[in-house]
Design a protein around this ligand. Structure first.
Ligand code: FES
Length: 74
């Protein structure tokens, strides 16, 4: 397993993907890592992307809506 250090920031976008920034790996269900391709990734949470786990913008076409976002910890 790859070692990662530093902070990771996870930002849920209203009515869209989850942005993830920092030092992390995306590991597929069968084990191999998925190439991130960039330092910040947008992960699909509407379930309709053709490029899962990444967002491909389909949420905009389908009118995906999120519930209230979680309240940040203080
Ligand atoms: S959140 Fe963008 S395609 Fe699913």
């Amino acid at each position: 397993m790859a070692e990662h250090t530093g902070d990771v920031e996870i930002v849920p976008c209203p009515d869209g993907p989850v942005l993830v920034r920092g030092s992390f790996a995306i590991v597929g269900a069968t084990g191999p890592s998925v190439d991130r391709g960039r330092p910040t990734v947008a992960l699909c949470r509407c379930g309709l992307s053709q490029r899962k786990p990444f967002c491909d913008g389909t949420h905009r076409i389908t009118g995906f809506r999120t519930d209230d976002e979680p309240t940040p910890l203080s």
